[in-house]
Design a protein. Structure first.
Length: 301
């Protein structure tokens, strides 16, 4: 698994090489670097596996930008007899082309997969095959449709995404950048949930409500949080920045920043050092928690 500093250094090296080749003209940005890397990986894979060459050409090599390739991949994954891939492609690509912040978030997400998941061998593999990534990007498009008032279409995408990827995310939920759904299967995220930047979530996680109450009723996950497999976080509570929820935990109360909680119901176990969402250490206890009165941390997304 690559760390962020190593990846940034690698990208800096590529940009410097591009500047030399272009006679000192501005080099491509990080998004361009990732897209060119995806294309090189696809070319190499097509040569190594001729049986996949048509698939790789149609999904990556025939497109001139990341947004178009992503729209093609998602539309083909989600299409069926009545949800035609050509029609989905037009909707997806229109949003990705006109909302650069969504494409930027998608690039941050695919980088998160490559850096945090040791099973991910390449950016192209994440783009083509990782359903957690596909679910996040489908949600980003559904969320944009929701905010535009196209709620019927947004909910149709939610339903289809749940059927295809086994990931159920309400289109009103708000996501930051650099989100990882590792495996993805069984993840459920409710309508008023919010995720900050650089959050890592494993399989079978629920960010849910506590009953039939309406209004703001789902968890708020701050930046750099790691949520372990089969954890449930219920209610309008905040998980503070840099906190960690151990696998199988049931969280019913706010979690302070940089704190590990575990159990059912979850209790504070220790203070978490570093960035658990990037480290992906499933058991990271550094010392006993200091004595303090319960507080609700501020949440910023």
């Amino acid at each position: 698994m690559q760390d962020a500093a190593a990846c940034e250094s690698w990208e800096d090296t590529l940009r410097r090489g591009a500047e030399k080749r272009s006679g000192g003209l501005p080099a491509p940005g990080p998004g361009d670097v990732i897209w060119q890397t995806i294309r090189r990986e696809a070319e190499k894979d097509a040569a190594a596996e001729p049986l996949l060459s048509s698939f790789l050409y149609a999904s990556i090599l025939s497109h001139d930008n990341f947004e178009r390739s992503l729209a093609f991949v998602l539309s083909n994954r989600l299409s069926d007899a009545t949800f035609l891939s050509t029609e989905l492609f037009e909707v997806f690509y229109s949003i990705l082309r006109t909302k650069p912040e969504i494409a930027e978030a998608a690039l941050a997400d695919i980088r998160a997969v490559r850096e945090r998941d040791p099973a991910c061998m390449s950016y192209s593999q994440a783009l083509l095959h990782f359903k957690g990534f596909h679910a996040i990007e489908t949600h980003r498009i559904a969320h944009e449709l929701w905010t535009r008032g196209r709620k019927v279409m947004a909910c149709a995408l939610q339903s289809r995404m749940s059927e295809v990827f086994a990931v159920d995310i309400h289109p009103a939920a708000r996501f930051g950048k650099g989100i990882l759904l590792d495996h993805g299967t069984g993840v459920v995220i409710g309508e008023t949930a919010q995720l900050g930047n650089n959050v890592s979530i494993l399989q079978n996680v629920t960010l849910g409500g506590t009953g039939k109450v309406h209004g703001d009723r789902h968890p708020k996950i701050s930046d750099n949080v790691l949520i372990g497999a089969s954890a449930s976080i219920l209610g309008n509570i905040t998980v503070g920045k840099g906190a960690q929820v151990a696998a199988g935990s049931l969280v019913l109360k706010p979690v302070p920043p940089h704190t590990l909680v575990a159990g059912s119901p979850a209790k504070e176990i220790g203070v978490v050092a570093g960035n658990p969402a990037l480290d992906m250490e499933q058991w990271n206890r550094k010392k006993k928690p200091p004595h303090r009165e319960p507080t609700t941390p501020d949440f910023v997304i």
